[in-house]
Write a protein that binds this ligand. Structure first.
Ligand SMILES: Cc1cc2nc3c(=O)[nH]c(=O)nc-3n(C[C@H](O)[C@H](O)[C@H](O)COP(=O)(O)O)c2cc1C
Length: 352
């Protein structure tokens, strides 16, 4: 086992004694202190080991050093990019960034079930706003693909959503390599309604006009979908996305389905209240959705697989399904930063 994996295994009981959001704040705060100290990221990169050159790939004209990326939501403000790169991620999706700053939902809004590798969150797009994040991105490290995941402000109606996405896009898109339209968070009231074909079509068309206005036609634009769609609904959505001229799909976001929690833990999760679930239990559902989308999508259209991926076997399975890129979030919380190089390693040598 790598040093990073075993070190996290030792530290985890202490970290998990804290409530999830303060624990996240502590780990993030330490990262922010360590990151600017000369030599830190080099040391981390040396400990993690960088992705084998055989993992590198071109997708949408972008060069990824590994197919493994950090999913949106962990580094909402693009604050730890050098650290993610040092750990061996091929790409990082920052955000969700909203056009204007907003605090997100009241706390507590983040919960975990370590015995099941599950997280429940109703963060509700806590965001510093697109201006602040865009300014920070001007100092982004080279050699790491960065995606900008965009959302609307809570108080913006669904009818006005396009204006919000456009505002966030204008500020963030020039600073990143691809953008992702998040219409699948369950924690912003009404957001998922934007997935309905009649709402989705004008939204995507409008954003493609903005992309053209900014002369960013060559920059890939993705849309991120929920795992809670009926099959026919999903097919109709994929058809709208494919016809729109958008570049690709990310699936999935968190699920509202409490059925993925063991019966023993379900009452506790019900008591926590609203929110989306992610982690191990989401894997089967996300895989089902992914396979349906990949079957329906035009051949060769890029896809990012997300949801419950937690080891090399899961990652390989997603790649074998036809996803050229994969993203992780929850597994990183439970297994720690050494997981990135571990998955990279297992993608090259499955049996070791
Ligand atoms: C605490 C938390 C916050 C999240 N925030 C966002 C977000 O802001 N935008 C987004 O598109 N997805 C967000 N997600 C969803 C993840 O990007 C990912 O789609 C989901 O967690 C499934 O992947 P996983 O099972 O590997 O965690 C969040 C997930 C968690 C656990």
């Amino acid at each position: 086992m790598s040093f990073l994996l075993s070190a996290y295994r030792t530290l985890r009981p202490l970290l998990f004694r804290l409530d999830p959001e303060p624990a996240h704040g502590l780990a993030f705060g330490l990262g922010k202190i360590a990151q600017p100290i000369p030599g830190t990221t080099n040391l981390l990169a040396a400990m993690a080991g960088q992705p084998s050159p055989s993992l590198a790939r071109e997708v949408c004209g972008l060069h990824f050093s590994s197919p493994l990326g950090l999913a949106a939501g962990l580094d909402k403000g693009a604050e730890l990019l050098p650290i993610w790169k040092a750990l061996g991620f091929g790409f990082v999706e920052i955000g969700t960034v909203t056009p204007r700053p907003q605090p997100g939902n009241p706390k507590p809004r983040l919960f975990r079930i370590p015995t099941e590798g599950l997280i429940l969150n109703r963060m509700g797009f806590n965001s510093e706003g697109a201006e602040v994040v865009a300014r920070r991105l001007k100092h982004r490290p080279s050699g790491l693909i960065i995606g900008g995941n965009l959302g609307k402000n809570k108080l913006t109606s669904e009818e006005q959503a396009l204006d919000d996405y456009r505002m966030a896009y204008r500020l963030i898109a020039p600073e990143v390599d691809y953008t992702a339209i998040n219409i699948s968070s369950p924690n912003t009231p009404g957001l998922r309604k934007l997935q309905a074909p009649e709402a989705l079509k004008p939204l995507l068309e409008g954003l493609l006009v903005t992309r053209k206005d900014l002369a960013l036609e060559r920059q890939p634009l993705f849309v991120k979908l929920a795992p809670d769609l009926e099959s026919e609904e999903l097919d109709a959505i994929v058809d709208v996305i494919a016809a729109s001229g958008l570049d690709g799909i990310i699936a999935t976001n968190t699920t509202l389905d409490r059925g993925i929690v063991s019966e023993a833990n379900r009452p506790k999760v019900q008591a926590w209240g609203d929110g989306g679930l992610s982690g191990v239990g989401l894997k089967d559902k996300a895989r089902e959705v992914r396979r349906r989308i990949l079957q329906r999508m035009p051949a060769g259209m890029p896809f990012m697989a997300c949801g419950g991926i937690g080891n090399g076997a899961d990652a390989r399975e997603a790649l074998a399904d036809g996803a050229p890129l994969i993203q992780i979030y929850s597994a990183l919380i439970f297994q720690g930063p050494g997981l990135v190089s571990e998955i990279n390693r297992q993608l090259v040598s499955p049996s070791t």
